[in-house]
Design a protein around this ligand. Sequence first.
Ligand code: ZN
Length: 447
Amino acid sequence: MVPVPRRVSARSRASASPELPGPDWVLAGRGLVDGHLQPIEIGISDDGTIVALGRDLHAPERHDVGESVVLPSATDLHVHFRDPGGPADVENFAAGTIEAALGGVGLVADMPNTRPAVTDASRLEEKRARVTGRTAVDVLLYGALTATSRVDQLAMAAGALKLYLSPTTGVERPPTRAEIPGLLQRAAASGLPLTVHAEDPAQFVLEPPPTSLSDWDRARPWTAEAAAVEEVIAAAPRELRLHFAHVTSARIAERIAKAGHSFEASPHHLLLSRASKVGPRAKVNPPLRSEGERAHLWELFALGGIPCLASDHAPHAASAKDVAFPLAPSGMPNVETMLPLLLAKVRAGELDLARLTAAAMDRPSRWIGQPRGRIALGHRADLLVVDFRSRRKITAGDLHAPCGWTAFEGYEGIFPREHYRAGERIVLAGEYIGTPTGVVRRPEFAA
Ligand SMILES: [Zn+2]
């Protein structure tokens, strides 16, 4: 296993005493206890750790949010902040992490298919330098697993690995079928978690060029996804910590779950279908599926059958998207709207809050080896305050992505009113008030 740094607390964590220090302040509101909303009090130390939970806690300061709900901040396993390589006016670490903070996401995992792709230690280091001093929330950096990647170097510095089985930005040549088992072996030996973009390009039908969302679904069908998933499951070493990105079909989800691996679904595959009127702006990889397929995927998510929710935030300029369908790049912005869209579904009675917090906070944090995503003693006080009465219509003008558009225009959203990072408030009344003190995180798996 790769040695990973642990955050050392300035206070009693270093002492031999198992006792936690008394809280310096208390956040009181309602929270999920045993699956039900109940009054809770969270005692937080000055170093931003949760040191007490219960009722009638004593501390020098107290912040009572009344009926509002206190939740852990979300962990988003899948963002493309396009930094370096840009274009920077479409997205970058500074802007993207402010969007994350406003959307209730406290940790983002940034994908390696930037220009250039993150394939060795120097490129990882270059990316790390772009994060330090610039990000509103914490960041975990993926390294790219390709035939020519320096996996030995990435193992010492990256937070996870990403394998693309179809061509993408910076990774123009995906592995052949024969190369896949060897790559999975190298990932397992690195000790890092591995996320796979599973689509088999041999099953793509790209001629004649697709001109609509329905064509796009036919060009990159769910069967291409299913075939790639089978290929990877069959070749995966037992010790590999394996996760599949953006699963679009309930059938595939159930297959992965049966094999005992992790996976994610993205808000656009849960909420939008190829019947969407958004046109090329909703062109994504893998494609939006039929309305029936979407409904099945949502049903499985609402039943708790999908472990992780991830945004696959991948913005492009409106001018790049509003062109003839074959020319439009794939991807849409999502990191600011992911949790608000789903919180609105909770309020509408279509989704259980405990299921949402499992998929958006707890399970992704565990998969990536982070002590967060739950309101628990010893965890960092990375917390949200949500007022379920304050829903609003999502509109691009109110969002903060430099690309300036959203495929969820007019959808209901519930945005966190407050967001705390290690006990420090970075969002108040829906406005970002923090400083760029986010850090690069690495997995902290128990030995
Ligand atoms: Zn992606």
